[in-house]
Design a binder for this molecule. Structure first.
Ligand SMILES: Nc1nc2c(ncn2[C@@H]2O[C@H](COP(=O)(O)OP(=O)(O)O)[C@@H](O)[C@H]2O)c(=O)[nH]1
Ligand SMILES: [Mg+2]
Length: 369
């Protein structure tokens, strides 16, 4: 079994003191006698020119030698005259990292219970057996809702440009592909749709042009869309503008899109993250009880809703959230039994947009007469 992350991190964090005080030759002999290192390893270590580089090579090598390597090395340090303090340093650092790790896990668990309203049957996406090997995810929503940032959370790096202002950064449709534990995930980011729900003629044309472009792009993907992520900011009230945005999306894509739709509430930390704040589940329950427009949307998407924090400044939280987020998405895809928003549906959407365009021109001609 591989050395644990905790053991490896301890060695990394104590490398400085090891390079100063470790006498590497007797340590190599001891670890060879215990079957941790071999002659080849010794030659590689000794071949390094400086003492410092020898220690670095030694530590790098034992990190790859399984869980037993660590306790055997510590035991050696404890029993080797003049190296006892190194054993103490490593013990101290390991305990420090352990406490830190426990704290981080607790912190994540608190966010996890707050951000998620449905249970996942597995803890990693690769455990979902009944999902396709290729998954297409399309991000839609208003500019500034956090589509690009959500795309980055899914991909796990800053591939999509997220804005610092409310201006739309994604000028055209952008897509990124990652391979996640044997599953190919394509994330498609779109420019701000329906930025203003005033629905004046220009905005309508912009939206329709964009939907045409999306439909065309989708038709070029031969597997259709598994998930539409309808991105809304959790800190922005679900106003008439939000409703109209969704209404306009529905008008173009058809009601069928709800079957593959998950509502994503961004900026989750500000809305649900605090100790005293309500959880996403409480929020959903409250909305359903009140029975407004948001409750209608929740019913349409079968209460598939996830809160996400795209701006965690902590790698651990980012990774944990990403893992969980991917599981939630896999869970929805599995529950959908692989059903996709197909190319045929996109073609129908495409035709609807074209038809709307013809009617708009007719209307304009009439008005000009
Ligand atoms: N604090 C916080 N800021 C976010 C979150 N998601 C997006 N943002 C910020 O909101 C702004 C708009 O995000 P962006 O992804 O560009 O929105 P888009 O126009 O829908 O693509 C950017 O400044 C993001 O950094 C989030 O979950 N938390
Ligand atoms: Mg964007």
């Amino acid at each position: 079994m591989a050395m644990t992350n905790l053991q490896r991190d301890t060695l990394t964090k104590t490398l400085e003191v090891l390079t100063k005080d470790l006498d590497v030759s007797p340590a190599i002999i001891h670890l060879i006698s215990k079957g941790i290192l071999n002659e080849n390893d010794r030659d590689n270590i000794i071949a390094k020119v400086t003492e410092r580089d020898k220690v670095v090579e030694f530590v790098t090598t034992i990190k790859k030698r399984g869980t037993k390597a660590y306790p055997i090395f510590i035991e050696y340090l404890k029993n080797c005259r003049g190296s006892e303090h190194l054993a103490e340093e490593l013990d101290k650092k390991l305990r420090e990292l352990e406490t830190e790790g426990t704290k981080q896990i607790k912190r994540w668990e608190r966010f996890e219970t707050k951000f998620h309203s449905f249970k996942c049957t597995h803890e990693t996406i690769s455990s979902y057996q009944d999902i396709p090997e290729k998954i297409n995810i399309l991000l839609i929503g208003k500019t500034g809702s956090g589509k690009s940032a959500t795309g980055n959370t899914i991909i796990g790096s800053s591939c999509f440009k997220a804005a610092c202002s409310s201006q739309s950064v994604t000028g055209t449709i952008a897509s990124e592909v990652i391979e996640e534990k044997g599953i190919n995930i394509t994330v498609i980011d779109t420019p701000g749709l329906f930025d203003t729900a005033k629905c004046n003629e220009n905005v309508t044309i912009q939206n329709e042009d964009l939907m045409l472009e999306i439909a065309k792009t989708m038709i070029s993907f031969n597997t259709g869309i598994h998930l539409f992520l309808l991105v809304c900011s959790s800190t922005v009230r679900f106003t008439k503008e939000e409703q109209e945005t969704i209404g306009a999306i529905e008008k173009i894509l058809g009601k069928e899109f709800y079957s593959n739709c998950v509502v994503i509430l961004t900026n989750a930390r500000a809305q649900f993250g605090g100790y005293e704040m309500e959880s996403l589940q409480d929020y959903v329950n409250r909305e359903i009880e009140t029975g407004g427009k948001f409750a209608e949307l929740l019913a349409q998407v079968k209460e598939n809703i996830i809160a996400v924090e795209n701006c965690f400044d902590d790698d651990f939280l980012r990774e944990k959230q990403r893992e969980k987020f991917l599981c939630c998405l896999a869970q929805v895809i599995e529950a959908n039994k692989g059903c996709v928003y197909s190319n045929e549906l996109f073609e129908a959407a495409h035709k609807r947009v074209e038809q709307q365009e013809i009617e708009r021109k007719k209307r304009l001609r009439k008005e000009m007469k």
